[in-house]
Design a binder for this molecule. Sequence first.
Ligand SMILES: *Cc1c(COP(=O)(O)O)cnc(C)c1O
Length: 412
Amino acid sequence: MTVKTPIYLDYAATCPVDPRVVDTMLPFFTQMYGNAASRTHSFGWTAEQAVDNARAEIARTLGADPKEITWTSGATESNNLAIKGVVEYVLSGEARTEGRPHVITLVTEHKAVLDTCKYLERHGTDVTYLPVDAQGLVTAAEIAAAITPCTVLVSVMFANNETGVIQPMAEIGQVCRARSVVFHTDATQAFGKVPIDVDGMSIDLLSMSAHKIYGPKGVGALYVRRRKPRVRLAAQMHGGGHERGNRSGTLNVPSIAGFGDAVRIARETMPEESARIRGLRDHLYERLMAENEHVFLNGSYEHLLPGHLNISFAYIEGESLLMALKDVALSSGSACTSASLEPSYVLKAMGLNDELAHSSLRMTIGRFTTLEEVDHVADLLKRHVTRLREMSPLWEMVQDGIDLNSIQWAAH
Ligand SMILES: *Cc1c(COP(=O)(O)O)cnc(C)c1O
């Protein structure tokens, strides 16, 4: 049997929109096109009703109140609003100030968090970037040890986009709550894939995005806790005071309706879908480990999202492997910067050397992945890993039992 190519194994980057979600969205373009802020006619009321329904779906999925959901353009904006919003509210003098505000985050966060923190550092905020262990994990005790009297915010991602590793949310939340520090999480990868309970996990702010859960691109949300304790944010977007003053701008009603439906589907199908996706992921993982030598899983297997698999293939040049897999859409452990191919900072933070980081692949499985596709990718990898290693002088030395670490390489 032949499989249709290209094969999409990059669901952590984005997803196709579920056809049911498209159907939900369509009427809002040409029939129910009102502005949700129009209070004087039925077009507005219909749009507002759709927005309210979507808000309720998201709130229900988090164990939150609909009033605690603020619409945004995606998780990048949600992270900006959460992090700058907390710090700038403090700096505006409305909240306690004991010196320069201090933020704690992880070295393995998404750029939307790291670049926002870098920006704040240039404007008088202190930021601590905590390391992770070889499994990609941080502990609540490490967070607790980093908290100072000036700490106003802890931002720790729920699950990592490159490895799928899930952090101990409830434990970190407990530490933050006990020290009265606001706890934000970028839950873009985890939301809709694993159960989340903002009260049980003491989460105060939580970023989400529709396009990672089969909704449209360009819409997201931020959960903002309203009681016990009430979290206050400085708005980043001004102009009309929409979203309880948190984020002005006319709401993207079709996308919000689609986001709500995507969340409903994700919540209702979560047990079966995560079991099916996990089954495919484990099948791929077991085949790769059984059929290839010197391959390593990046991240703690016990703490992985169901669809993530990040694997290093030692003694292989990452670029050659990607080239050989050109019919498979996946991500590599290298990021293209303007000038060169940089090894992934997430994998490096877990202790991988540049070579292993470069020879890593992120394969993410989703709703529309089939067993045939996964088997085809395992076949391809087996064939090309073997072929590329046969061409590699390093591999030959490994086969001859030479310890590569003992070799004095010529300086270059
Ligand atoms: C995709 C992603 C983002 C960015 O989300 P957008 O909605 O595309 O802005 C942020 N954080 C994580 C962890 C992501 O996976």
